[in-house]
Design a protein around this ligand. Structure first.
Ligand code: FAD
Ligand code: DLZ
Ligand code: SF4
Length: 511
């Protein structure tokens, strides 16, 4: 035979580099469901079901094209449980002398593949993943010689290079970034658009039963599973988002509302990350809505910035800095992850709501991830490894290359400011302003008489005091440190005590 072409579960793109130049007569595409990929962290059941269902649909689409596909199911007899094990078996089965794969998105697997390639000279090619706007080389070139990295500057270069939202050499609307328009609180009466749901078909149902059987102890439920699992479904989700949600995406990007996980967000990250959609087509669709249908620029720029800016930037940082990146712990955070990140059982309404949504949908939107569960982990000093593993496990869109920089760098500042210019630390006042969580909470963000004060408040000031040496010089934290400077020793001591007592209760499972 010709070449064995291995396609991974997050590479479900017809144009993936490993399939280029495919010879239908001689080549075989290998796809393998393996236990190791479902358990290197205990992924949410919906993530595993999504990947396996999407893999099966993709394999079927390739077969419809007349391509030979060797598809190994999770419960096939002889399945070795690992991708390398399945690659070796398939090479033997097909008497193939050469295999090719597109580079894996996670450092863990890339290192495994590199080691195997070195041990098997000339057998295995690993080609670039060119589904992104910027190659590794492009990011390296940008990063070279810089003392600090900031997404905004990288984003501007990519805007110029791609031409998205450009008018000649100038950014559309005269500004690169409309973030200051994108922080509105949600009016009570404004309803979020209906979410486009994709009822599980027979393939998905079969996979869901398999997941319940084989990964029964994993976090999350499958009851609400409705992710797009084919390219057609993903395109329909994109069209729905552009029409119904994009116009208000910008205004309410940072808003949160109890019981409503989705609001005006796109829910496209799973489709983008596993290859059902390309970032370019998603950005093109958004830009077209601005040019042709006059969807507001603050919405379209805000959305394109997430994909062209943040998504590319975090991937760049990941590949530039791994594997050392994952080992840093700038704030020396050592507390264990509390149980309520799994159970949702806490009186803190904001956290219980976000954890419940996460359990039911394997989703929560960016501000919930950053300013609720992320902010709490930062303030409480949760160990970076434990909180990063949680994020990698619980979201359907989670892959190390995008999850790690967002958690380790953006949410908990464990990289000391390499990725973000300041820690996203906030007291209960922020959550109260941007959501209605506090209305039904047993705690009070304003600490009025008769109600327990919101734990985020004491934790916030205790965080600033604890890390004063490391953070007080940060110009973006000048204001809160000026406030702290006015406090006498007694006040400091009392807040530190309140926070410490909360952390103790949390560790005893009483928070
Ligand atoms: P929308 O709000 O509709 O945004 C549009 C698209 O922009 C997303 O689909 C996504 O592809 C991209 N995007 C938005 N923000 C980011 C970002 N900060 N980094 C990279 N891409 C971004 N995103 C993941 O895809 N996988 C993860 O594992 C992941 N982990 C995160 C962990 C933490 C602690 C935080 C704060 C953020 C994380 N993000 C992650 C980024 C972001 O929260 C999700 O991409 C977003 O919530 C997905 O929902 P959506 O598709 O509705 O996004
Ligand atoms: C996430 C995942 C899961 C759960 N299962 C599989 C699988 O059975 N087979 C496969 O090829 N890929 C799977 N994946 C995706 C891989 O984990 C992903 O390709 C790597 O994490 C690299 O990004
Ligand atoms: Fe969360 Fe505090 Fe508001 Fe309760 S009062 S919902 S704990 S921010």
């Amino acid at each position: 035979m010709g070449t064995l072409r291995l396609v991974l579960g997050d590479q479900l793109t017809r144009d993936i580099s490993a399939l280029r130049g495919l010879d239908k007569k001689r080549d075989v595409v290998l796809m393998a469901e393996v236990r190791e990929e479902g358990t290197y962290v205990r992924h949410h059941k919906q993530k595993i079901a999504l990947i396996l269902s999407a893999m099966r649909h993709f394999a079927e689409a390739l077969k419809q094209e007349g391509i030979k596909v060797d598809y190994v199911k999770l419960d096939d007899p002889g399945n070795t449980g690992s991708l390398i094990g399945e690659l070796e078996r398939a090479l033997e089965r097909h008497k193939a002398e050469r295999a090719v794969v597109t580079e894996p998105g996670e450092w863990r697997l890339r290192a495994t593949f590199d080691a195997w390639r070195q041990a098997h000279d000339g057998v295995f090619d690993i080609c670039d993943d060119d589904r992104f706007f910027a190659s590794h080389e492009r990011f390296h070139e940008w990063a070279k010689g810089r003392k600090s990295f900031r997404m905004e500057f990288f984003y501007r270069e990519l805007r110029r290079e791609t031409g998205f939202l450009m008018e000649g050499d100038e950014p559309a609307g005269g500004k690169w970034n409309f973030d200051s328009d994108n922080r509105k609180a949600l009016p009570k009466k404004l309803a979020a658009p209906e979410r486009r749901r994709f009822a599980p078909d027979e393939t998905s149902r079969e996979v869901m039963a398999l997941v319940e059987r084989e990964f029964s102890g994993h976090f999350g439920t499958l009851d609400e599973f409705d992710w797009p699992v084919t390219r057609e479904e993903a395109l329909s989700a994109l069209a729905h988002f552009i029409e119904d949600a994009l116009p208000l995406f910008g205004d309410y990007q940072d808003a949160m509302r109890e019981g409503e996980p989705f609001l005006f967000h796109s829910l496209l990250s799973t489709s983008l990350n596993i290859g059902l959609l390309t970032p370019r087509e998603v950005c093109l669709a958004a830009e077209k809505a601005w040019r042709e249908v006059h969807v507001p620029l603050n919405a379209v720029e805000g959305f394109i910035r997430q994909i062209l800016g943040w998504r590319e930037y975090v991937r760049g940082i990941y590949w530039l800095k791994m594997p050392d990146y994952a080992e840093t712990n700038f704030l020396d955070a050592r507390e264990p992850l509390p149980d309520f990140y799994w159970t949702g059982e806490t009186k803190m309404r904001c956290i219980s709501d976000v954890v419940t949504q996460t359990r039911d949908h394997a989703y929560s939107h960016h501000i919930q991830r950053l300013m609720v569960t992320g902010n709490f982990a930062l303030l409480a000093g949760i160990d970076p490894k434990e909180i990063c593993e949680w994020y990698l496990a619980v979201y359907a869109d989670a892959f190390d290359w995008v999850e790690l920089p967002n958690t380790h760098g953006m949410a908990i500042f464990a990289d000391g400011g390499l990725l973000a210019s300041k820690p996203y630390a906030a007291s209960g006042a922020y959550i109260s302003r941007m959501s209605n969580f506090c209305e039904g909470c047993s705690y009070d963000p304003k600490a009025r008489a008769g109600k327990e004060p919101c734990p985020f408040n004491a934790l916030y000031w205790a965080f600033l005091m604890r890390n004063e040496k490391k953070l007080s010089k940060n110009p973006r934290l000048a204001m809160p440190y000026r406030t702290l400077a006015k406090w006498d020793g007694k006040r400091r001591e009392s807040i530190a005590k309140e926070a410490a007592s909360f952390i103790e209760k949390m560790k005893e499972g009483k928070a």
